[in-house]
Design a protein around this ligand. Structure first.
Ligand code: MOS
Length: 745
């Protein structure tokens, strides 16, 4: 294991006295979730009975609403209000440019402009959901339609540099590529994909003494609360946002949507709690999606496999009013050594719903190109794909020259190859048959950036000896509750059963939320700091209290274990100490900020995927038989929740290779798939044996515990391993994802 920073001595977590850190402990909130008693946003019981909202969406892609007839809806049974741009209450204006990272007003129904098919244009609130939906169907809308641009594949020549971005060019790419004795020059495409979270976007809102209380399903607590306060022109403190349980986010809930704005406004208007949820169909249209990509890879290599020239140029699309860019080329800047390099992005503006971040934005589609190009190059050169990658392993970041904080990619590939039985792979495709199945193996590397953001947390020790963690953090299903409980138990020397975790509240110490696989490292580092501070406070309290058996001792010598503090054979329980000295409890806050030298390192998480598929030679159906991922992602706090993140990502990678696609109806600019019957994701039968192995490591440049992220690493490269296995099985290279049976026959 790598050395761990001497950040704080004694560092209770690096000592890991009780062994709770790293253990595969069960989910803290698991029993509530599996018994259906965890109240998700729509299920929260407001203080008085709620009214229910239903959204009406636009049915053109671009133009304006020329007339809207709400009379029938208003007269329908149980209807309390019908709002459109004509009568929605005043809100703050939308910012000119959408910015994912900062709080911005998010007004609903604000004008007669229609900017995409599926834009919310009216809301009906009624006494029951059924009445609201029935009345919403009665709203009649006429449009003045304008020509809309919705066809990405035929708009590639309209692509421009994303605002404020330019290509990275190192050396003389074009010259080196032209001279390279072995070349790869191919285009890969990926389609629009949707997040399909189990829980839709949903809000329950009410008002108390001029304060807006909202329970909503979002990834970011503080920013969303601020955004709502801005939209409603309220003081920051006038919005209390709660998001206790979240049924999946994946980037799709990094922003908030009109359920939040309209539930807050309507509950104020009606002086009654209001619930609004998107339907599955509305989720597909009226939230965000991952945009399609067109990726051009050019590789030039010497005959010994060394890359001399490497280029990945991505063209993608976003909404006409936005600037979101799927940075599918970024990962290539740090993955392989090559003296001459060119990477960049182009953006086409379309009148489709908003493109945005979806799990491992950039890497998820990006690695589906370069990692298959490397497979093609390996075959051309007659070099094993693992060996080809090892020959191009850089010593420092190949574009910035910065040292890597910790890079164990080669170890992931070597250990994975051994565990998987990679040496049994026959390099020539189409050599292995199992009845009518053609069987093959493929591999791909994985890389995904690692980040730490500023965060706070508090720990409170109560007279009964329990420790309560409080943090304005979210758990989108990733395991935040559980890892915070583990860190609290370890730092305070109490059993897990004596830890309470309270998160998802805008009044708690702020944390950035869940996204970019920074959640556990960021939230956990703040929690560690809170724990260290609370230990210090407890030790000082005990050694300075005449009533304590520890009185007069040195605070640094106090040992915390099993709910007891001790110096030598003098001891008392935490409960006794706090009951006697702090009957209201003892609280300490902790804070983490990125280290000042954080930017001096090229810091990533790494992995290697190995996959065996069968391709049905009659039907073209692909079944993943075995898949193994070996990952180097820093210290793992919980092997169960981390494994779930990694295998979940790998399964998503299988989906991106084989199943997931949405398409645009060019007549309307609508996304065609609007439910899970038409948008396919892998099911049990599509996923054979699957395993994720995590290497023992701790990255001392990442944060005091050496934690990195795993939430997005698992999908990075996974689909490329599937595609490469398909080629090895049957000799067909499909570069337009997903690899559906029709493309293999
Ligand atoms: Mo994410 S796709 O950064 O939640």
């Amino acid at each position: 294991m790598s050395s761990v920073t001497e950040w704080a001595k004694p560092n209770p977590v690096t000592e890991n006295r009780s062994g709770i850190i790293g253990k595969a402990v069960d989910r803290y909130e698991g029993p509530l979730k599996v018994t259906g008693t965890a109240p998700y946003a729509y299920e929260v019981e407001p203080p008085t009975p709620a009214a229910y909202g239903s959204l009406v969406l636009s049915s053109i892609a671009r133009g304006r609403i020329s007339a809207i007839d709400t009379a029938a809806a208003e007269a329908a049974p149980g209807v309390k209000l019908v709002w459109s741009h004509r009568n929605v209450p005043a809100q703050a204006e939308r910012a000119k440019t959408l910015d994912f990272w900062s709080a911005q007003p998010n007004p609903a129904l604000e004008s007669d402009r229609v900017r995409y098919f599926g834009q919310p244009i009216a809301v009906v609130v009624a006494d029951t959901l059924e009445n609201a939906r029935a009345a919403a169907d009665l709203v009649k809308v006429s449009y003045e339609a304008e020509p809309a641009s919705v066809d990405f594949a035929n708009s590639l020549d309209e692509a421009r540099d994303p605002p404020g971005e330019s290509d990275t060019l190192v050396g003389d790419f074009e010259g080196a590529f032209a001279e390279a004795p072995v070349q790869i020059d191919d285009v890969w495409t990926t389609p629009i994909q949707n997040h399909i979270q189990m829980e839709p976007c949903a809000t329950t809102a009410w008002w108390e003494d001029g304060r807006c209380i909202v329970h909503t399903s979002v990834q970011m607590v503080r920013r969303t609360a601020q955004s709502l306060a801005m939209t409603l022109k309220l003081d920051k403190d006038a919005v209390l946002l709660r998001t206790r349980y979240i049924g999946g986010g994946f980037g799709g809930k990094g922003s908030s949507y009109d359920d939040l704005t309209l539930a807050a406004l309507a509950s104020r208007e009606l002086n009654q709690p209001v619930k609004i949820a998107y339907t599955r169909q509305q989720m597909m249209l009226a939230t965000i999606h991952r945009p399609a990509t067109h990726m051009h890879v050019r590789l030039g290599a010497e005959r010994d496999g060394r890359l001399t020239a490497m280029s990945l140029m991505t063209t993608t699309h976003c909404h006409r009013s936005g600037a979101f860019t799927e940075h599918a080329s970024n990962f290539a800047r740090s993955l392989y050594a090559a003296p001459n390099r060119l990477t960049g992005h182009r953006l086409v503006k379309l009148d489709l719903p908003h493109a945005g971040a979806m799990r491992a934005p950039g890497e998820a589609p990006g690695m589906l190109s370069l990692e298959c190009a490397m497979d093609e190059l390996a075959e051309k050169l007659g070099i094993d794909p693992v060996e080809l990658r090892i020959r191009n392993e850089p010593e420092v970041d190949p574009e910035t020259g910065k040292p890597f904080s910790l890079r164990q990619l080669v170890r992931c590939m070597k250990e994975g190859a051994q565990m998987f039985g990679w040496d049994r792979r026959l390099p020539r495709p189409g050599q292995v048959r199992d009845g009518r199945w053609a069987v093959g193996m493929g591999m791909a590397a994985a890389i995904r950036g690692n980040f730490l953001l500023p965060a706070k947390a508090s720990f409170t020790l109560d007279p009964n000896g329990t420790v309560t963690v409080r943090q304005g953090m979210t758990d989108i299903g990733t395991g935040t509750y559980t890892v915070l409980a583990q860190i609290a138990a370890e730092t305070m020397g109490v059993p897990l059963s004596d830890v309470r975790v309270e998160i998802g509240d805008s009044e708690m110490p702020p944390a950035p939320g869940s996204g970019g696989q920074f959640g556990a490292a960021t939230a956990g580092s703040a929690a560690l700091a809170a724990g260290v501070n609370l230990r210090k406070a407890v030790a000082e309290l005990a050694t300075s209290d005449e009533g304590s058996p520890l009185f007069g001792g040195e605070p640094e010598n106090v040992v915390f274990q099993d709910g007891v503090i001790a110096i030598g054979n003098r001891s008392e329980s935490l409960a006794t100490l706090i009951t006697r000295t702090r009957p209201d409890g003892l609280t300490a806050e902790g804070e983490i900020r990125p280290a000042e030298d954080a930017r001096n390192w090229s810091q990533h998480t790494y992995g290697a995927h190995f996959c065996e598929v069968g391709v049905d030679t009659v039907t073209g159906e692909v079944r993943v038989r075995r898949m193994l991922g070996v990952f180097a992602a820093g210290r793992i706090i919980n092997h169960k929740t981390a494994r779930s993140q990694l295998t979940g990502g790998m399964i998503w990678g299988i989906g991106s290779a084989l199943h997931e696609v949405n398409a645009v109806d060019p007549r309307y600019g609508s996304l065609i798939a609007q439910d899970m019957a038409s948008y396919l994701v892998p099911v049990q039968a599509d996923v054979g044996e699957i395993e994720a192995i995590m290497l023992e490591e701790a990255d001392d440049k990442a944060n005091p515990m050496g934690i990195k992220g795993v939430g997005e690493l698992g999908i990075a490269g996974a689909g490329a391993a599937v595609a490469n296995a398909i080629y090895n099985a049957c000799g067909v290279r499909v570069r337009d994802y997903p690899i559906t049976p029709d493309k293999l026959l």
